[in-house]
Design a protein around this ligand. Structure first.
Ligand code: ADP
Ligand code: MG
Length: 260
C-alpha cells in the first residue's frame, strides 16, 4: 500500500444526512478516519449505526452530505469550472470495492468451499488470475487462522469460523478500509472471542477499520477513537479512555452504565 499525504484521510464523512420518508436517521454526521486507525461506533439500537456504515459504502444513498475515500467524493465528481457530476451506479460500485464489509450475517456461498468463497470476488469482480487469487485467498485464510479449513464447506464450520471466513473474503478484495457491523452479535457467546481475536490481529497489523460493536471492552482496547451515536448525531467522540472512561455527554455515560 502506498502512503498518502498525512492530511488526506482514508475515509471522510461530511455532514451526512439520511432520511427514510419522514424519519431522519442521520442528521449531520461528520468524521474522519485516518489510514491505519481503528474507529469504533457505539450507541443504542436504532441510533443510526448501521445506516451510517451503509451510507459510507453507498449501500444506502445519502440524502445529502458526502463521503470521500482517499479524498475522492464517492457520490459525485468535481469537474473543471465548478461543475459537479453525479457518479453512475457502476462508478459507485467501483468505490465500494475499496470498502470491505462484514455483517452480522455472514452469508457464505454454501456450494463453494471456504477457499472458493474467499477467491470468488477477486476472480469475478477484480478479474484476478485464478492462481494469483488462490495464493491471495490462502494468505487471507491464514490471517483469520483458518488455513486448515480451506477445502471444507461452510456448513461444516462453527458460526465463529464462518464469520472468520467472511472476514477473509472481505480482506481478499484488498480493501482500503474494513467496515464491521456487529460482526459478533449473531454468535453464541463462546464463539465471539475467536472473531474478536482475529479483529484484534487486523488492528495490530495496521488495517484501517470502522467497527460498530456492542463489545465495549474490545472497542476500548482496539480503538484509536470512539464515537457515540445518538439519534443520528455524534454525541461524543474522542479517545477511548475518554469516551468509555469519562464521557462528557451525560447520555453517553448513561448508555454505558446500562451495559454494566
Ligand atoms: P442501529 O444500527 O444503530 O440499530 P439503524 O441504522 O439500523 O440503527 O436504524 C436507524 C433507524 O433507521 C431505525 O429507526 C430504523 O428502523 C430505521 N431504518 C433503517 N433502515 C431503514 C430502511 N431501509 N427504511 C426505513 N427505515 C429504516
Ligand atoms: Mg445496526
Amino acid at each position: 500500500m502506498t502512503a498518502d499525504p498525512p492530511d488526506i484521510p482514508c475515509v471522510e464523512v461530511l455532514d451526512l444526512h439520511k432520511r427514510f420518508g419522514a424519519l431522519e436517521v442521520l442528521r449531520g454526521v461528520s468524521t474522519k478516519v485516518h489510514r491505519g486507525s481503528v474507529v469504533s461506533i457505539i450507541g443504542a439500537s436504532g441510533s443510526g449505526k448501521s445506516t451510517l456504515l451503509r451510507c459510507i459504502n453507498y449501500l444506502e444513498m445519502p440524502t445529502s452530505g458526502e463521503v470521500r475515500i482517499d479524498g475522492e467524493p464517492v457520490g459525485f465528481e468535481h469537474r473543471p469550472g465548478d461543475q459537479v457530476r453525479k457518479r453512475s451506479a457502476r462508478e459507485i460500485a467501483r468505490f465500494r470495492q475499496d470498502l470491505g464489509m462484514v455483517f452480522q450475517q455472514f452469508n457464505l456461498w454454501p456450494h463453494l468451499t471456504v477457499l472458493g468463497n474467499v477467491v470468488e470476488a477477486p476472480i469475478r469482480v477484480r478479474g484476478m488470475p485464478r492462481r494469483e487469487a488462490m495464493e491471495l485467498g490462502r494468505a487471507c485464510l491464514a490471517r483469520v487462522q483458518l488455513s486448515e479449513k480451506a477445502n471444507e464447506y461452510p456448513a461444516r464450520l462453527s458460526g465463529g469460523q464462518q464469520q472468520r471466513v467472511a472476514i477473509a473474503r472481505a480482506l481478499a478484495m484488498q480493501p482500503k478500509v474494513m467496515l464491521f457491523d456487529e460482526a459478533t452479535s449473531a454468535l453464541d457467546p463462546e464463539l465471539t472471542g475467536e472473531v474478536l481475536e482475529v479483529m484484534r490481529g487486523l488492528a495490530r497489523d495496521g488495517t484501517t477499520m470502522i467497527v460498530v460493536t456492542h463489545e465495549m471492552a474490545f472497542a476500548r482496547e482496539v480503538s484509536d477513537r470512539a464515537i457515540y451515536l445518538h439519534n443520528g448525531l455524534i454525541e461524543e467522540e474522542g479517545p477511548p479512555a475518554q469516551v468509555f472512561g469519562d464521557p462528557r455527554s451525560e447520555r453517553c455515560r448513561q448508555f454505558l452504565a446500562k451495559l454494566l
